[in-house]
Ligand binder design. Structure first.
Ligand SMILES: C[S@@+](CC[C@H](N)C(=O)[O-])C[C@H]1O[C@@H](n2cnc3c(N)ncnc32)[C@H](O)[C@@H]1O
Length: 407
């Protein structure tokens, strides 16, 4: 029986002969996909591990270590064989598990700071869903057969503004493709109920936001999605299109997934450099932080997306690995696209000017205020606001809220 070894035990991989590979595979097998059903997680499985065949060029284990590793071997996941890809995803020193922001990627061991960025995941192009942004449309992998009507639907969109509609079509199509990797990976994606994207929000949800600008932006997005679905999924369309999204909610979900998990990368195919929108399995489990410890890197030579730890970054076992989804964007942009906002978004700080003095530890800090010159901060035992040096004070303990107009 083939078995698996946790992939963080395997440090580095080089190409080896097929024979060596098979021999090694018999001993040390991989895998790892914890499949979580409707609730994304099976009760018994906390960690999601990505599938991977790890093939070191030289034995990484001493015999005693091999025995130890063998005792940790798990039964192979039969779905792995069905996928049948030559290259697979590889991951090092990480685990996927549920956290406060849904699924995330966590360090499974301490990471010492290194002078160079260090790779923790590599994902080959053939596992991604990719549409190029400019003519001629390139889909990777090229899963759309010539003459299939989904091509015409994608072709009818504006690549500059409709990248999300295009990816949603490709995603829905991949779920319908026999033996496509995304049929399996679909189990890892958040369901309609779990997806935070506000396209799926009801009118009541939108009202609850108490942000009329955001609510009306989302209503516009919902109408755009609905019009697109109505136009392309009307009753007269062929069954091979109809079954991709029988209900508008299915299309809204795919669009929400495309918006909240897409990354944009410049790819080179031969001499052609193309901007592309991509859904990248496993890398799309990374959550956002304005101060991330990881970043993406496209490896041109063999078309792999690498997730790298920043140079000089120290990470403790159990800490979350993060990337920055949209540098220099305010929270309203995060809400529109991803359905979350960050209380520590530096681009959403209230910039403060004038010579008012504010206690550093005062309640104002919860509003993420910054920008004052140091001399305006006061850190005494009592808390004071000095407004234009006037004798204007507030004793925090008295819990009186005074609204100060900083005119
Ligand atoms: C690319 S996915 C990341 C993986 C996701 N957490 C999951 O469960 O599959 C992006 C989604 O993760 C969640 N997310 C990511 N970063 C977050 C953050 N800093 N705070 C709250 N939610 C976050 C949001 O739901 C967002 O739409």
């Amino acid at each position: 029986m083939a078995s698996s070894v946790p992939f963080h035990h395997l440090a580095c991989c080089f190409s080896v002969s097929q024979q060596e590979k098979e021999c090694f595979q018999q001993q040390l097998w991989r895998t790892t996909r914890a499949r979580y059903s409707s609730s994304r997680i099976r009760a018994t499985q906390q960690a999601v591990k990505a599938s991977s065949v790890e093939v070191p060029a030289f034995p990484l284990f001493q015999p005693s270590q091999l025995e130890e590793a063998a005792s940790e071997l798990e039964p192979a996941d039969p779905d792995f064989y069905k996928i049948g890809y030559v290259r697979s995803m590889r991951a090092y020193g990480i685990e996927f598990k549920e956290g406060p922001d849904g699924f995330g990627v966590y360090a499974s061991k301490d990471v010492q700071p290194l002078r160079r960025p260090r790779m923790i995941m590599e994902i080959p192009l053939e596992l991604m869903l990719t549409v190029s942004k400019k003519h001629p449309w390139m889909f990777f992998p090229d899963i759309i057969p010539v003459g299939h009507p989904i091509f015409d639907i994608i072709n009818s969109t504006n690549p500059e503004t409709d990248w999300d509609l295009r990816l949603a079509c490709l995603l829905l199509y991949s779920f319908d493709c026999k033996d496509n990797f995304w049929q399996l990976y679909g189990d890892f994606l958040p369901s309609k109920e779990e997806c935070t994207n506000l396209l799926l929000a009801t009118e009541d949800d939108l009202l609850e936001l108490q942000d009329e600008d955001l609510a009306s932006a989302m209503r516009k997005q919902q109408s755009r999605a609905f019009e697109f679905w109505e136009k392309n999924w009307h009753s007269g369309v062929p069954l091979k299109i109809k079954r991709l999204a029988r209900e508008p909610e299915r299309f809204f979900w795919a669009l929400g997934i495309a918006q909240s998990r897409c990354i944009n990368i410049q790819m080179r195919v031969g001499a052609l450099v193309q901007d592309a929108n991509m859904l990248v399995p496993y890398a799309d489990m990374l959550n956002h932080s304005p101060e991330p410890n990881c970043f993406f890197h496209w490896r041109f030579k063999d078309r792999m997306l690498e997730v790298m730890i920043n140079a000089g970054q120290e990470i403790r076992k159990g800490e979350e690995m993060t990337v920055n989804y949209m540098p220099q964007q305010k929270n309203n942009m995060f809400m529109e696209r991803y359905g979350f906002s960050s209380p520590v978004n530096p681009w959403d700080e209230i910039q403060f000017s004038g010579n008012a003095r504010i206690h550093l530890d005062s309640f104002l800090s919860i509003f993420n205020i910054s920008g004052l010159a140091d001399e305006y901060y006061h850190n005494g035992k009592k808390s004071w606001f000095f407004l234009h040096s006037s004798a204007f004070s507030v004793d925090i303990e008295s819990k009186i809220l005074i609204l100060v107009s900083l005119g």
